[in-house]
Design a protein around this ligand. Structure first.
Ligand code: FMN
Length: 284
């Protein structure tokens, strides 16, 4: 990279982060890895894709990169399921009718927390398995989330767009049957992957003042910080429609906090814990 293009990329990262967090975060043009940082800083989820397939070799490369991520105690409790069969994809979409992008994406993957192998390894090696409690599920879940994030980073680096899908957990029993998931294997998230049809937009996040903490968690005026974020976000990326207006009416000012409060005023996935327990994980 030439010095001038390094200046340009550093400025582009600063712009993306200013839009995201509402403050200037200085980027030294002499820093290494600017091209990678630029993609990370400008991340956006994609839900519209070009009608162009993804070569299976590319998908395999991205899976290999994703599964190169760190793994708790090297336990490797994360799998990636690639849904190639369109009949299975259609059956998944049928459970989530308001997200057509799942069907439209050239590739659809499911990231799995796999707690099956570890007890099997203990049995194979004639050892007891006294660690059958919440931590095992937690470790598998965290590994899977890291693999998901690493896959998204790798796919983005290759010019692809992604959209994670937690809605595959809306009907976990159906999903588990469709994907023939065995005991102790549960879906964490789906992922739409494809060549972006649009540039997309940066979504502003809570300010770093709220989410980056030094030394000790501190008392602060969270309500004021959230109000400020609502205002910053509304000025840059106002919501196109108000959620559940039939229940809550049309709010004169509608921000992130109103949207999230409305979203979580409706019960969702209350059966997920029972599903995870039913799959053989012990959560105590
Ligand atoms: C674990 C996870 C699950 C998600 N589930 C869905 C989903 O079911 N449907 C969807 O359209 N977007 C989903 N998203 C995408 C988020 O809505 C998106 O990340 C968020 O609105 C911020 O936008 P951005 O990713 O463009 O910055 C999910 C994201 C994550 C990390």
């Amino acid at each position: 990279m030439t010095l001038m293009s390094k200046d340009t990329v550093a400025a582009s990262i600063e712009r993306a982060l200013a839009e995201r967090f509402g403050e200037r975060i200085a980027v030294d043009p002499a820093l290494g890895g600017l091209a990678a940082l630029e993609k990370i800083a400008a991340y956006r989820s994609h839900r519209q894709f070009l009608p162009r397939s993804i070569e299976p070799e590319l998908l395999r490369l991205l899976c290999a990169c994703a599964l190169s991520a760190p793994s708790k105690s090297d336990l490797q409790q994360s799998d990636i399921l690639i849904v190639n069969d369109m009949a299975i994809r259609k059956a998944i979409v049928a459970t989530i009718p308001d997200m057509p992008w799942i069907n439209d994406a050239p590739a659809f993957l499911v990231f799995l927390a796999n707690g099956e192998r570890l007890p099997l390894v203990c049995t194979l090696r004639g050892k007891p398995f006294p660690n059958d409690h919440l931590d095992q599920f937690f470790n598998a879940l965290v590994d899977s989330a890291i693999v998901l994030a690493t896959f998204i980073g790798a796919a983005t680096a290759a010019g692809l767009g992604c959209c994670p899908i937690s809605a595959i957990r809306d009907h976990p029993v159906t999903m588990s049957a469709l994907l023939r998931l065995p005991e102790r294997v549960v879906p964490v998230a789906g992922l739409c992957v494809g060549w972006p049809a649009q540039k997309g937009e940066i979504t502003p996040r809570l300010s770093l003042q709220t989410t980056v903490i030094s030394d000790r968690y501190r008392e602060r005026d969270l309500a004021a910080e959230i109000d400020a974020y609502d205002q910053r976000r509304a000025s840059l990326r106002p919501y196109r429609r108000q959620r559940s207006a039939d229940r809550w009416g049309e709010a004169p000012s509608y921000g992130w906090s109103e949207d999230k409060a409305r979203q979580y005023a409706d019960p969702a996935r209350a059966d997920f814990g029972a599903f995870v327990r039913g799959k053989g994980f012990r959560l105590d």
